[in-house]
Design a protein around this ligand. Structure first.
Ligand code: SF4
Length: 62
């Protein structure tokens, strides 16, 4: 599973970064970004939750 954040849609709410810091972090513009090339299997459920909970649908599977 791979994910990306559409930076222009991110409102920096922090949900994904706070809930799955192994997968999401802040970029230099304080937008979330995916920091893993491949999501670890044990983080897939949490990543899926973040994807579904993002208020602006800024997280996509790639
Ligand atoms: S949950 Fe969505 S809006 Fe919030 S920081 Fe993550 S990508 Fe940005």
């Amino acid at each position: 599973m791979k994910v990306k954040v559409i930076a222009e849609d991110c409102i920096s709410c922090g949900l994904c970064v706070n809930n799955v810091p192994e997968v999401f972090s802040w970029d230099d513009d304080e937008k979330a970004e995916a920091i893993t090339d491949e999501v670890a299997v044990d983080k897939e459920a949490a990543t899926e939750d973040a994807l579904n909970s993002c208020p602006t649908d800024a997280i996509e599977k790639v």
